[in-house]
Design a protein around this ligand. Structure first.
Ligand code: EPU
Length: 430
């Protein structure tokens, strides 16, 4: 639990980094297994702490999860295969002890209410990246006909006669709200129309998987998703799409450290806005059929102005990493965070490494500096943690990143992947 990561900055990166399956597709895909009595098989599942935790949470509801070991010829670069079987749901309660550890587990409310007609799910509570309410998720299941009560910190949803299709208009784009509405509506009686739906690639991936299970979903990836409810869903097999945030993170790592990296399985269209920003900084980005090549050879980084927003705009999940990169740009950059309030915990830690950053509400102004110097740092969410790793790659001397368990929640073997490309990085077991 108390592992740390030690990095000595100043080495360029050279080689290939395999991109894992997307965490933020894997979690809702695993939750979707609750919708069917038959087995859902997921390939290309990343080895992450959040995936193991969700296995435990689903196990609590009665889902049998088996993880297949490596087959001959496979390495740790191949994702895992998970078989999830929710033949019998034994418990419709998701307790506080589990939901408070991982917000996305709140999403089990959708399959539980849709299939079982009841769900009792703890409100997730506070979170390191600011207030993150679940009012819109509750609104979605309520629109589909569930009766909702808040009791002792739990959302109690009841729909003894099943859910019915409805129009759900989200006043704000929400990824979790869209996943929840889509899953619940798949088993509702009649047609549901979701307006102002999130268009993230992970939504499209989940919709594709649900359709393989027998759902009738169209329009995923656009602002309007239409779902014709079906009476039951069956089993399916689905490979998780590559992680666009991991892809963008390593692209920024090589932009920071210099050198040339091939991001194997990275898909450019999943992160075009971020690749465009990297191009503006002067980094060379070359998409190929098998992945993305990113290089910076000696040139200085140009400053940029970026505003985070829902897909297809620049993602909030790459904001901290971009800020780390811009600490070394020649000139002043501006980053506006519009998705989450208070997603700036990395700022004070980057300042410890010598960065010059000024915060005003949702705006950060970053004045590029000539050099960063290694220090002890820590962060309280995973994207913030990895931004410190990126900064450390270009900092003089040694940086120790504490609280590595945040990194392990969302990045598979980060120290391995970077060390194989020449970074001086190692895990110090705690
Ligand atoms: N919001 C509400 N009410 C709600 C739901 C959301 O006001 O009921 C607000 C949030 O507070 C936020 C905005 O709407 O200001 C967008 O939140 P969203 O619901 O889209 O976020 P999420 O579904 O909780 C997912 C990812 C996050 C990612 C966001 C935005 C997963 C498991 N999580 O969260 O990923 O930042 O979408 O793209 O998919 C991460 O991986 O590090 C991470 C935080």
């Amino acid at each position: 639990m108390m592992d740390r990561i030690r990095i000595v900055g100043g080495r360029p990166l050279k080689g290939t980094i395999p991109i894992s399956g997307a965490k933020n597709a894997t979690l809702p895909l695993m939750i979707a297994s609750l919708l069917s009595e038959e087995t859902l098989t997921l390939d290309n599942v990343p080895r992450l702490a959040d995936v193991s935790l969700l296995q435990r949470i689903l196990g609590n509801h009665g889902v049998d999860v088996t993880v297949s070991g490596k087959r001959a010829g496979e390495t740790a670069d191949h994702g895992q295969t998970l078989r999830l079987s929710a033949e019998r749901i034994v418990d419709t309660t998701a307790p506080y002890e589990l939901v408070s550890k991982m917000r996305a587990s709140f999403w089990v409310i959708a399959p539980l209410i849709a299939r079982m007609g009841e769900a009792r799910v703890s409100m997730p509570g506070g979170c390191a990246i600011g207030t993150r309410p679940v009012d819109l998720l509750i609104m979605a299941v309520e629109r589909l006909g569930a009766r909702i009560e808040i009791d002792g910190g739990y959302v109690v949803a009841k729909a003894p006669k099943g859910l019915r299709g409805a129009e759900i208009v989200f006043p704000k784009v929400t990824v979790g709200g869209t996943h929840t509405a889509m899953m619940a509506a798949s088993l509702a009686n009649g047609t549901t129309v979701i307006e102002n739906a999130a268009r993230e690639p992970e939504i499209v991936d989940v919709a594709e998987c649900l359709n393989k299970m027998g759902a009738r979903i169209s329009g995923a990836g656009t602002q309007q998703i239409v779902i014709e409810g079906v009476a039951r869903l069956g089993g399916a097999r689905h490979a998780v799409l590559p992680d666009r945030i991991e892809t963008g993170t390593y692209a920024m790592a090589v932009a920071m450290a210099g050198g040339e990296i091939f991001l194997q399985n990275g898909r450019p269209h999943l992160l075009q806005a971020a690749l465009d920003v990297l191009n503006q900084t002067g980094v060379t980005v070359s998409p190929t059929k098998e992945g993305i090549r990113v290089a910076r050879n000696g040139a200085e980084l140009a400053p940029v102005e970026v505003t985070t927003a829902p897909f297809p705009a620049f993602p909030t999940d790459l904001q901290a990493q971009l800020m780390a990169l811009m600490t070394r740009a020649r000139g002043t950059s501006r980053i506006v965070e519009t998705v989450f309030e208070n997603r700036f915990m990395h700022v004070q830690e980057l300042v410890r490494l010598g960065a010059r950053i000024h915060l005003e509400g949702e705006r950060a102004t970053i004045e590029g500096v000539e050099r960063l110097k290694g220090a002890q740092v820590m962060a309280t969410d995973l994207r913030a943690s990895v931004s410190l790793v990126i900064a450390a790659l270009a900092a003089e001397g040694e940086t120790i990143v504490n609280r590595v368990y945040h990194l392990d929640r969302g990045f598979e073997r980060v120290e391995d992947k970077l060390a194989r490309c020449g970074a001086a990085i190692e895990r110090l077991p705690g």
